[in-house]
Design a protein around this ligand. Structure first.
Ligand code: NAD
Length: 429
């Protein structure tokens, strides 16, 4: 099938390349010219395992290209996916400005086009496709949805750090559609994915994505709550959650306690769902607590450091791990950003190291120190906080920590091996 993917970020690029790997002809569209040029040269603008290898392959096979010309891309394709960002507004509600703009632009092109299916892949709150995307498409095309063009909502469930793997082997594919004809087109696209396909209406598909992310966020906040109680009792929460997760009704995934979830999805999606519920006159107490507990958990790590060290003024604190999760360079809403801000506020000197996210972090904190590697970051520091569980931190040895001025090490994520390294503390263990 001929596909255009509009918005070439973490989702658009991974899914665009993924559809090309599956044999489709894909053209990715982005307003960011530099990004488009890089992609066409076979260079991934983001760090994501396997992504660049697949990119090079699909470019070589002639199945994939990128452009800034949305009109030309849509004219030459049968299906267009919208995968632009849907950030939060100040009040936590979803900001649909990119969705609105792109749907108007697509509508313009649909004026002179035969049947085409427009698919919303971005995460949008229920009713967005019906109340924002379709009216924009109809207004600017002068055509009627369902009669002249198809509309689907196909949420994406990939995880950063495993984007290609998740896209190519999804647990399930959800296709919400305005009518059977549009849904059938998108179902054909997923025919060779060997995953269960769930067909729904548009707003159900939108809600499945939010419900999934909210439940995963709740599992993390729940683990943190149990972890905070365990800490008071001198119990290692990691052992507790291992025991809990072995229950097949629960599963051990997303049960790791730590210094809070971050990333471009959970925080904003939980916020947006809370706002949507409030707009409908419903107070989502559980979701509010999931969100608030997550914020408190980030503060806890800094409070724990203060209770060990006292005043942080002029102390050198080394922060290991900046990306919101390992195997990614994404720092959007990362716990590290919040923690570093707090440390700076309290007058500490911060040294930060991450295997992949330093370039992004320098844009947020240009004036802190960025040593070349973890060992150098630890050396001569007064305290060390571990904020992302990168594998390479597991290789740190007792000797590496002996180079610290003051041996205060607190894990915000479980990484270090107690049998090899002594004298560290965990946020919940
Ligand atoms: P992103 O910010 O990384 O990328 C969005 C891209 O859209 C940018 O490259 C931007 O330049 C481009 N863009 C903006 N306006 C445009 C326009 N008018 N025409 C063409 N391109 C335009 O976002 P992302 O992380 O890829 O997320 C995209 C959507 O997918 C969001 O709704 C997000 O919630 C959802 N999602 C994200 C993930 C994830 O792990 N990042 C997972 C599942 C779903």
């Amino acid at each position: 099938m001929k596909i255009s993917m509009i918005g070439t970020g973490y989702v658009g690029l991974s899914t665009g390349i993924g559809f090309a790997v599956k044999g489709n002809d894909v053209v990715c569209v982005d307003i960011d010219r530099e990004k488009v040029e890089k992609i066409n040269q076979g260079v991934s603008p983001i760090y994501e395992p396997l992504l660049e290898d697949y990119l090079k392959k699909v470019l070589k096979d002639g199945k994939f290209r990128a452009t800034t010309d949305l009109k030309e891309a849509i004219e030459q394709t049968e299906v267009s996916f919208i995968s632009v960002g849907t950030p939060s507004r100040e009040d936590g509600s979803i900001d649909l400005k990119y969705i609105e703009e792109v749907s108007r632009q697509i509508g313009e092109v649909l004026k002179g086009k035969e049947y085409h299916v427009v698919v919303v892949k971005s995460t949008v709150v229920s009713e967005t496709t019906e109340k924002v995307v379709i009216p924009n498409l109809e207004k600017s095309s002068g055509k009627k949805a369902s009669e002249s063009f198809g509309v689907c909502m196909n949420p994406e469930f990939l995880k950063e750090g495993k984007a290609m793997e998740d896209f190519l082997k999804p647990d399930r594919v959800v296709i919400g559609s305005i009518d059977k004809k549009s849904g059938d087109v998108i179902e054909r696209l997923y025919e060779n994915f060997q995953a269960p396909i769930l067909r729904t209406d548009l707003k159900t598909a939108e809600m499945i994505k939010y419900a999934s992310n909210a439940l995963l966020a709740a599992k993390v906040s729940f683990s943190n709550e149990i972890g905070n109680i365990c800490k008071l009792l001198g119990i290692n929460v990691n052992d507790v959650m291992r025991g809990v997760g072995l229950d097949s009704r629960i599963s051990g995934k997303f049960l790791r306690a730590g210094c809070g979830y971050g990333g471009s999805c959970f925080p904003k999606d939980v916020d947006a769902l809370i706002r949507k519920a409030k707009d409908l006159g419903y107070d989502p107490k559980l979701l509010r607590e999931v969100h608030d507990l997550n914020l408190r958990q980030k503060v806890r790590l800094v409070e724990q450091l203060e209770s060990r060290m006292g005043d942080l003024k002029d102390k050198t604190v080394c922060v290991l791990g900046l990306a919101f999760k390992p195997d990614s360079d994404d720092i959007r809403e990362a716990s590290s950003v919040f923690i570093i801000s707090k440390l700076l506020e309290k007058g500490a000197n911060v040294r930060a190291y991450d295997p992949k996210a330093i370039t992004n972090m320098k844009k947020v904190f240009p004036d802190i120190e960025y040593p070349e590697n973890a060992k150098e970051a630890i050396k001569d520091s007064d305290a060390c906080l571990i904020v992302t569980e990168w594998k390479e931190f597991k290789n740190l040895s007792e000797k590496d920590f002996e180079t610290m001025k003051n041996r205060i090490v607190i894990e915000g994520r479980k990484v270090l091996d107690r049998n090899k390294i002594s004298g560290f503390d965990g946020i919940c263990w």
